[in-house]
Write a protein that binds this ligand. Structure first.
Ligand SMILES: [Zn+2]
Length: 507
């Protein structure tokens, strides 16, 4: 049984899908006005692990993610400039070009982190018709009011507004007022009210704008996520229109913790006001990435990008490994030292996989012994217990290393092939990696260059003749060529340095 921590109920609950053996996940996507930083990407690694766990457990998973290419203003309280249009001005491109450019970078970055692409990636600008239908439904039910700059959702009309935050309506309002980043527009009835449709400014020509029954303008940021959810997972839309009464509850919604108070509370308000049904069963939130004592963020000025990792010769997967070393609901302190540690661990892991591949060819390695079967059975149980406990990846990684260490220990004994079977160990590791996503299944034996092969042979001769000093010189020569030597009871083994970089050259 899979336990997940549900922000809505503030406890770990057993995951039960709405439909047997199917799971729907909605993940709030990026606003494509600049590159996503490692703090943003941490959240997508967490939702990727969630997805992999559900697939591992036999669910048919449908994941939907939005791309915010319009409507996200510089302040979450619906004031300020549109982030995409602002970037367009700065970079002297059109808003459409900016959105396309950063969407491509985002998808490329997630690919480098081995994040499985969501089944559906939906752009906000492709939902205008659906947006208008949802707003109309809310208008008919009396949840909206008009101001000079747009059409707003009246949060005081929605019972239980802010339930996700665990705060009462009055506490929530007080809380928002205290937050200095939120400007209170005098025309809004409540500070918690938010725009459904913003009017284009009368004096300026916007690049992205559409006609609507209320006037020319663009959809609010919170609206797009409610609409995309209801369209692709809630199945409330079809060709003839919007049918809120037909909406289905969605299994899981993921996002960063910073979205609980405003963005996700507003998504719930819009969807539930329109459909009268529970919007989402499980709300899962990832914690922040902290860098130099501050939450990593663009406005904080401490953003690190995938591009920066690559420039410093870190493979992006080292960051994935670092993220897995920490539970998603705990703040993660990022530093270059911790990233180096993660990279080294990843290198050791890849070299172990290469060793296991070699051992599989060993003719003495035969059928699985009882001890080996027992070991694997127990560790598999431990691994699954870890992931079932609210995706405890640090514990799951510990189990993986436990397996590796047990294998290495067993190999120290003579006739080790009787006790442990490299084929079974290898198979188990690849199974674990279906969840960890460290691309262990893609590790292929490396062809040694002829030059290295020659040196190895020569060195073996020297060792036979006990010419240690000369042999040592050749060992250093090998090490200068990005390989290193391990002398084992079965003879000399050559391992590669930095497999995490060498196996996957930058694409
Ligand atoms: Zn969202």
């Amino acid at each position: 049984m899979l336990f997940l921590y549900n922000t809505l109920t503030r406890k770990k609950e057993i995951f039960k899908p709405v439909k047997d053996k199917k799971a729907g996940i909605y993940s709030c996507g990026p606003t494509v006005y600049s590159s996503a930083h490692l703090g943003n990407l941490r959240t997508y690694i967490f939702s990727d692990v969630l997805k992999r766990v559900l697939i591992y457990k036999g669910y048919k998973v449908k994941q939907v993610m939005n791309i915010t290419d319009v409507g996200h203003l510089t302040s979450d309280a619906d004031t300020g400039e549109d982030k995409v249009e602002k970037a367009a001005k700065k970079e002297k491109k059109t808003a459409w070009q900016i959105a396309k450019h950063y969407t491509k970078i985002f998808l490329n970055d997630t690919r480098k982190l081995n994040i499985i692409k969501p089944e559906i990636v939906a752009k906000a600008t492709d939902q205008i018709k659906e947006d208008i239908l949802l707003i109309k439904a809310l208008e008919e039910k009396g949840f909206t009011y008009k101001t000079k700059d747009g059409l707003y959702f009246d949060t005081s009309k929605f019972k239980n507004y802010g339930a996700l935050t665990g705060l009462s309506f009055s506490e929530l309002k007080k809380n928002l007022k205290a937050g200095s980043r939120v400007e209170f527009s005098p025309e809004k009835k409540n500070i918690t009210d938010f725009s459904l449709w913003k009017f284009s400014p009368p004096t300026k020509q916007r690049q992205m704008e559409w006609d609507s029954p209320w006037g020319k303008g663009f959809p609010g940021w919170h609206l797009e996520c409610a609409v995309i959810n209801l369209k692709y997972l809630g199945r409330a839309y079809n060709r003839s229109g919007f049918f809120p009464e037909k909406a289905q509850t969605i299994d899981i919604h993921t996002g960063g913790k910073d979205h609980i108070n405003i963005h996700h509370s507003n998504e719930i308000a819009q969807a539930e006001a329109a459909t009268g049904k529970k919007f989402v069963n499980f709300w899962l939130h990832g914690e922040f990435l902290v860098f130099k004592n501050l939450r990593m963020g663009k406005s904080e000025g401490n953003a690190v990008l995938i591009k920066d990792l690559e420039e410093k010769k870190y493979p992006p997967l080292a960051f994935r490994y670092l993220v897995l070393m920490n539970h998603y609901r705990k703040p993660l302190e990022f530093s270059w030292e911790s990233l180096t540690g993660a990279k080294n661990a990843l290198d050791n892991l890849y070299n172990f996989v290469l060793e296991c591949q070699e051992d599989k060819k060993n003719k003495k390695a035969k059928k699985t012994s009882k001890t080996c079967a027992f070991l694997i059975k127990n560790l598999k149980k431990d691994f699954e217990a870890a992931i079932n406990d609210d995706l405890n990846t640090p514990q799951a990684l510990a189990v993986l290393w436990n397996l590796i260490n047990s294998y290495s220990e067993a190999k120290k004994k003579s006739n080790w092939q009787k006790n442990i079977n490299p084929k079974e160990i290898y198979k188990t590791i690849l199974q674990f990696d279906k969840i960890l996503g460290l691309r262990l299944n893609e590790v292929k034996p490396i062809k040694l260059p002829l030059e290295i092969k020659k040196i190895i042979k020569e060195r073996e001769m020297l060792r036979k003749n006990k010419e240690w000093e000369k042999a040592d010189r050749l060992r250093k020569a090998i090490e200068n060529k990005d390989f290193f030597v391990q002398d084992t009871p079965e003879g000399t083994k050559i391992r590669i340095k930095n497999p995490s970089i060498r196996l996957w050259p930058k694409k």
